[in-house]
Design a protein around this ligand. Structure first.
Ligand code: SF4
Length: 370
């Protein structure tokens, strides 16, 4: 059996994330994105060659840094699950097992913590007039965009006979008219898709039919708060419509569909945590449903640094009330809320941003920001 080089990592072969929108691509989620020209797999082949030749490819600096300090890297964890008998297959540049594509930035929402790379509404807004927020001055920048992203995705996926997992992100996949065509362009065992779930029920019915093609489907649903706060933060959302779609989804989804609700806790959404967790409580015993909470790091102005101290105790109480449920990220959220020092300058920039956002959208801010 050939010796496996010390720098080998199966994720460099197994995983591929590609955006025909920004022309960035990378292998696993931790490897550095590279701009590609025509051939997506060309740069990956070079990175793979380095790993086969004992060279620590720069795209994997995330893992090398951990390993240099003697820690267990993500690469080590991948290797633990790797069957050495398969190594020869990897030397022949096999097709990736998991491919993630983006439908581009077409989206029906303009969430306050999102940006032009992921939302066409944000793109229109920033093209019209920039937001002058010093601490996040690059966050709302506009990247070069490519034409016919979906056509390129479809052509690319058609070049594979079969993959194990297809992952679709956006923008908003269920808002894009070509998403189902994209799903049909490659045979995959499983599907993962991220959605804001603000579509017509007929689109959900169509999606349910598409799910029959897969062994497993994971639908990742984004929602962070309730009522007016949710509608302000996720501008474009009608909370009642979301609620109705969510219940419809849970009632009529096919057996093979798992739902992961992901909620981004910003210094604004976290103030509604008591109400929102009450809302979620009703669904937490549903089979094949998981709730994950994440906390905002960027834009910095919506991170916990702009959460005034006087809100923290009440938020901790609301978090503590949910510890008996199995909620991914809850303990981390509690720590972040408790330990992030309040920063007056970031807070002032957040207020300035929210005022500007609300005046451009001609809406009112549904809570006191001070
Ligand atoms: S070495 Fe690390 S960064 Fe590189 S592909 Fe493997 S897991 Fe990803």
């Amino acid at each position: 059996m050939p010796k496996i080089p010390d720098t080998f990592c199966p994720a460099k072969w197994d995983e591929l994330n590609v955006s025909f929108d920004t022309h960035y691509s990378y292998s696993c989620c931790k490897s550095t994105p590279t701009v590609f020209k025509e051939n997506v797999l060309e740069f990956v082949s070079k990175e793979r060659m380095n790993l086969l030749n004992g060279i620590q490819d720069a795209s994997c600096s995330y893992c090398w840094a951990v390993e240099q300090k003697g820690g267990e890297s993500l690469r080590h964890r991948h290797l633990k699950k790797f069957n050495p008998d398969d190594f020869e297959l990897y030397q022949n540049n096999p097709a990736p097992k998991q491919i993630q594509v983006t439908v581009g930035n077409e989206c029906n929402f303009q969430c306050t913590y999102c940006n032009p790379k992921f939302s066409s509404k944000w793109e229109q807004d920033v093209r019209n007039k920039e937001y002058k927020i010093f601490s996040d001055r690059y966050f709302w920048g506009i990247a070069d965009k490519q034409q016919d992203v979906m056509g390129k995705n479809i052509e690319f996926l058609k070049s594979f006979d079969h993959i194990e997992n297809l992952s679709i992100i956006g923008g908003e996949p269920l808002f894009n008219k070509k998403t189902f065509e994209l799903m049909n362009s490659v045979q995959a065992d499983s599907l993962q898709m991220v959605t804001n779930l603000s579509c017509k029920k007929s689109v959900l019915d169509n999606f349910f039919k598409q799910c029959e093609r897969y062994k497993n489907v994971v639908l990742v649903v984004s929602i962070d708060a309730t009522g007016d706060i949710a509608e302000f933060i996720r501008y474009g959302l009608n909370f009642n419509e979301f609620d109705s779609n969510f219940r419809y989804l849970l009632n009529y989804k096919p057996e093979n569909v798992k739902i992961i609700v992901t909620s981004l806790m910003t210094s604004i959404t976290v103030r509604d945590f008591a109400n929102f967790s009450q809302y979620m409580r009703e669904f937490l015993n549903t089979p094949k449903l998981e709730w994950r909470v994440e906390y905002c790091k960027q834009p910095l102005t919506q991170s916990m640094a702009s959460l005034p101290d006087r809100y923290k105790e009440q938020i901790q109480v609301a978090i503590d009330a949910m510890v008996s449920y199995n909620i991914w990220g809850l303990a981390t959220l509690k720590t972040v809320v408790a330990t992030t020092p309040f920063n007056k300058s970031i807070h002032q920039q957040m207020i300035h941003f929210m005022d500007e956002f609300a005046s451009r959208r001609k809406i009112s801010i549904p809570l006191c920001l001070n």
